[in-house]
Design a binder for this molecule. Structure first.
Ligand SMILES: CC(C)(COP(=O)(O)OP(=O)(O)OC[C@H]1O[C@@H](n2cnc3c(N)ncnc32)[C@H](O)[C@@H]1OP(=O)(O)O)[C@@H](O)C(=O)NCCC(=O)NCCSC(=O)C[C@](C)(O)C(=O)O
Ligand SMILES: [Mg+2]
Length: 350
């Protein structure tokens, strides 16, 4: 563990100074595309301005014999696309034990480091994985003379990563956030599911039996398989000043189930989710932007609370310093989103 004094010093001579605070840029949807898929990649330039984050994926879902093509495709897209002020460019590199990751990091930082905002690292097991990437990025940034550091995002997809999530979240000033990786995590934990995110009809609680008949008319309630994981990830991120994300929902056609999972994550503290298909972009935008009603309510509480201390009654409910703080979270998010999304700015003005 570096000393507090050294924590914010560059890890290579000539590398940019680490950030002391992670920029809170909108990242409601991290939109995945495969840069080796020409049809998909061709759609990317037109998506600038319609999504918060475009992510060129090099890892799982890209075929082994297309890894180099994906890397080269991402370089070409980054060079030829103006991402404007409001759309960030991220990538997901291959796993640290894979044969591709060293070339992924070296090529991407060297060729398009000035365009890349965040590098997502899959299957992070502990702080040591972040320390490795941290030093390598500093060396590469120094080599090409980058003036701002590239941030790092960890995917939580192993039991060991889960156990170490707090130390991962605090491992470097580069840490931007953490996403749930439900498919790999389920496999690593030996969960008996076969899905990418979402619930399972078998994971339920059942109403008590009435009159001793255990078979008669007992309602069941499906439970959320991911509650513990997301809640723990949110705490690890909040405690370290970085951002938590739901990750992917693989049942593309189930737009309702997707919205529910995203909303659970939003309510628990996540700032965004991944969109794997264009159909999921608007779902994430809707869910991870506070509703006009919530914003209006938060404003009323703020107005009624004067200097922010004490307790008042509003519509039959007690509001105090702590409920005001929750309202300020909503208002701060609404304010930030209004700066980049004119439709929301208009909606929140009403
Ligand atoms: C699901 C798939 C196969 C359906 O692809 P499709 O072509 O069958 O779908 P479609 O409905 O027919 O597509 C309609 C149109 O949209 C286009 N399109 C389709 N998707 C996209 C996209 N993302 N971005 C931009 N355009 C897209 C597609 O090319 C097509 O264009 P067309 O109308 O001109 O023919 C496809 O959407 C896809 O490959 N998405 C990305 C998948 C991905 O990145 N997976 C990895 C992340 S999840 C993960 O890794 C797990 C994790 C975290 O690691 C862990 O839990 O462990
Ligand atoms: Mg995975």
């Amino acid at each position: 563990m570096r000393s507090a004094k050294d924590f914010f010093r560059p890890l290579a001579v000539g590398a940019p100074a680490p950030v002391t605070e992670v920029p809170a840029r909108p990242s409601r949807m991290i939109h995945f595309f495969d840069p080796s898929n020409e049809k998909m990649a061709a759609k990317v330039p037109a998506m600038v301005g319609t999504v918060d984050v475009l992510l060129g994926n090099l890892e799982d879902a890209v075929k082994a014999d297309r890894k180099e093509a994906a890397r080269a495709g991402l370089v070409a897209i980054a060079r030829s696309t103006d991402f404007g002020e409001h759309t960030q460019l991220w990538t997901r590199v291959n796993a640290l034990d894979s044969p591709w990751v060293l070339d992924d990091l070296t090529t991407l930082v060297t060729e398009i480091g000035d365009k890349l905002d965040v590098i997502m690292v899959p299957k992070v097991q502990g702080a040591e994985d972040i320390h490795y990437v941290d030093r390598l990025l500093a060396q590469l940034e120094a080599r090409v003379g980058l003036t701002r550091p590239i941030l790092v995002h960890a995917i939580l997809e192993t039991a060991r990563g889960m156990v170490n999530v707090e130390e991962i979240a605090g491992a470097s000033p580069r840490m931007q956030g953490v996403s749930l990786g439900p498919a790999d995590l389920a496999a690593d934990r030996r969960m008996k599911t076969t899905r990418v995110g979402g619930g399972h009809p078998g994971y339920l609680v059942r109403q008590d039996a009435v009159g001793g008949d255990v078979h008669a008319g007992r309602a069941t309630y499906q439970q959320d398989l991911w509650h513990y994981t997301i809640a723990r990830m949110v705490d690890a991120c909040a405690a370290n000043g970085i951002f938590p994300y739901y990750g992917p929902f693989g049942d593309i056609k189930d737009v309702v189930g997707c919205e529910d999972q995203f909303r659970n994550a939003f309510l628990l503290g996540c700032v965004g989710a991944w969109s794997l298909h264009p159909a999921q972009i608007d779902i994430a935008k809707r869910v991870f932007s506070p509703s006009a009603d919530d914003v209006a309510h938060a404003r009323r509480v703020k107005e009624s609370m004067g200097d922010g201390t004490g307790a008042v009654m509003l519509d039959g409910k007690m509001e105090d310093d702590a409920s005001l703080k929750q309202c300020l979270v909503i208002l701060e998010l609404a304010e930030r989103l209004s700066q980049t999304d004119p439709e929301l700015a208009e909606l929140y003005r009403q």
